[in-house]
Every structure is written in structure tokens, then in C-alpha cells.
Design a protein around this ligand. Structure first.
Ligand code: CP
Length: 320
């Protein structure tokens, strides 16, 4: 495969290969010199048309740990603000010899457009497009769940994952539903009816409006940010009402099975979908997810750019 646009592009074997490779990459972070020479001479461009903290920084760290050259491009402050198109921006990157373009864009479908164009020969990695998909977020989430719930080398067969909140605007939810079901997990979405997308009935998951009923059987509960910037007032109950019905507080966290983890992709609205007590508790993996994002993105960059070998079987043996 040359591009990563959707979690639906990944078979179970593809996903397990990425997760297993990410485990090997995580070992690099424990070494005194946290670098591999694997992508020396390659150029990775972070092309961000929308704001990001975690995704942009972790792709940059991942590419640098693989010894790639990294160019960070933010639409703010570039010629995009003068009206330059995605095509002309892509042609500019092609002229600079980009080997991979990590694209975050406010329009759903922009990474697909770029990957299927003849504007650029680089691999395209979707770093979040509109309300559509965020496949590397789903991979790092699956990596985190696997470590806590089923063990390295295994899939998520039989695990129950509950995703709560603003599903309507969430590219994280869609990618997670696709990837988690590919890995054998059962997924339940919990949201107010106005924050569920049309057609959710065709997604490979269950839907509930009763968070308390679902928590008792959840192995992982993933709280989503309420995306006020994409919201029409008509969709949304009051903040207080939302927190009361769909927020995770200490009482609700206590109803989870003892082994269950609380996840959040970030950024969080503390006091809305999650209380500070839960966000700061040892059961919340939000910070660990960020660290796992670097290993997971190293694995994706390595597998897309590093060559034709099926896996990174000996990263620890590559001289630093
Ligand atoms: N989870 C996530 O995509 O965060 P950023 O928007 O900060 O990249």
C-alpha cells in the first residue's frame, strides 16, 4: 500500500502488522539514542490546513526518530491565505521532493483527492479530514487498548468498546468503528440523537442513548470532544444537560469494570464530556495515547516508505 486514507483500507493483517511494528518502534523510545536511520534522505511534509497539537507534533517526532527530513507547513501564514489551491500547494511540494505528505484538511475527502491526483508522487497519510476519518488516531487507540486489554500480538476479539459524545462531527469515531470491528471488537456508540450521523444504522456497531446501561459491560470507554466549532445550536442540549446525560464523572467511572480504561483522543473539554477528576485519574489513558501516537506513526511511515519488507523485525539491531 502507498497511502493511508481510511481505516477501511486496512485488513486485519494490515492492522496487526502496523500494531506489531509500533510495539517494536516503542522500544526505540526506551533507548539512550531514540533514532533509527531507516528513512534517512526521505522528506516528510506535514501539511496542516487545520489546527493540531498532538497529530502534527507526533508525526514530526515520528519522522525525525526515523531520520527523515521534516517540513512543517501550516496553511496559516502560507500562500493558502492568498487563495492558493490544494493542487498548486501540492505541485510546490512535489517540486521540493516530498516522499510523504501528512495532510490535515477541513474538507472531508481532501486526502483521497490528493492521493488519486497526478499532482504528487508522494505517499499521502490522512491526518484528519473534516468529519470523515482520522485513521492514525484509530491505530494509536487500538494500540493502547491492546496493551491494556488483550496483550501484545493479539487482536481485540470479544472486547467491548463504547464511544461517547459528538459522533456526528467525529472523524475519530468513524475510523475507530471501522478499525475496531476489523480487529474483532464490539463497538457501541452513545450520543444524543441529534449528534448521530444520518446512516449510522449502516455502521458496523450498536447505538444506545443510555450511557449508564452500557458502561457496566465496557472494556474501554472513549469520550469524544464536543466540537462546538462545527456545531449548529439546534444540535446541542445545554452544556449542563449534556454533562449530566453524556459526561463521564467519578460516579460513572466507578460503574465500569475494574479492568476498563477511559480514553480521550484530545483535546478535552474538561467539565463537559469528562470531569477533571476522571481526566486526571490513573484509569485515563489520554497522555499515554499521545506517547503511543509517536510509535504508531513511526510504524505507519516506516511501512509506507521504508521498503518492501513485511515488518520491522529487528529495529533494535539497527545501529543508532
Ligand atoms: N487527537 C487529535 O487529533 O488531536 P489534535 O487535533 O491536537 O491533533
Amino acid at each position: 500500500k502507498r497511502h493511508l486514507i481510511s481505516a477501511a483500507d486496512l485488513t486485519r493483517d494490515d492492522a496487526l502488522l502496523i500494531l506489531d511494528t509500533a510495539e517494536e518502534m516503542a522500544r526505540v523510545a526506551d533507548r539512550p539514542i531514540k533514532k533509527l536511520p531507516t528513512l534517512r534522505g526521505r522528506t516528510v511534509v506535514n501539511l496542516f490546513f487545520e489546527d493540531s497539537t498532538r497529530t502534527r507534533i507526533s508525526f514530526e517526532a515520528a519522522a525525525k526518530r526515523l531520520s527523515a527530513d521534516v517540513i512543517n507547513f501550516s496553511a496559516k501564514g502560507s500562500s493558502v491565505s492568498k487563495g492558493e489551491s490544494l493542487k498548486d500547494t501540492a505541485l510546490t511540494l512535489e517540486a521540493m521532493g516530498a516522499d510523504a505528505v501528512v495532510l490535515r484538511h477541513h474538507s472531508s475527502g481532501a486526502p483521497h483527492r490528493l492521493a488519486t491526483s497526478d499532482w504528487i508522487s508522494a505517499s499521502v497519510l490522512n491526518a484528519g479530514d473534516g468529519t470523515h476519518e482520522h485513521p492514525t488516531q484509530a491505530l494509536l487507540d487500538a494500540f493502547t487498548m491492546r496493551r491494556h486489554l488483550s496483550g501484545v500480538g493479539r487482536d481485540l476479539e470479544g472486547r467491548h468498546v463504547t464511544i461517547v459524545g459528538d459522533i456526528l462531527h467525529s472523524r475519530v469515531a468513524r475510523s475507530n468503528v471501522l478499525l475496531l470491528t476489523t480487529l474483532g471488537a464490539r463497538v457501541t456508540l452513545v450520543a444524543p440523537p441529534t449528534l448521530l450521523p444520518i446512516g449510522v444504522g449502516q455502521w458496523p456497531c450498536e447505538v444506545s442513548y443510555d450511557l449508564d446501561a452500557v458502561l457496566k459491560t465496557s472494556d474501554a470507554v472513549m469520550m469524544l470532544r464536543v466540537q462546538r466549532e462545527r456545531m449548529n445550536a439546534a444540535y446541542f442540549p445545554t452544556e449542563r444537560e449534556y454533562a449530566r446525560r453524556y459526561g463521564l464523572d467519578g460516579l460513572r467511572m466507578a460503574a465500569l469494570p475494574e479492568h476498563a480504561v477511559v480514553m480521550h483522543p484530545g483535546p478535552m473539554n474538561r467539565g463537559m464530556e469528562i470531569t477533571a477528576e476522571v481526566a486526571d485519574s490513573p484509569r485515563c489513558t489520554a497522555v499515554e495515547q499521545v506517547a503511543n501516537g509517536v510509535s504508531t506513526r513511526m510504524a505507519v511511515l516506516y511501512l509506507l516508505l521504508g521498503g518492501s519488507e513485511p515488518a520491522l523485525s529487528t529495529p533494535a539491531e539497527v545501529p543508532a
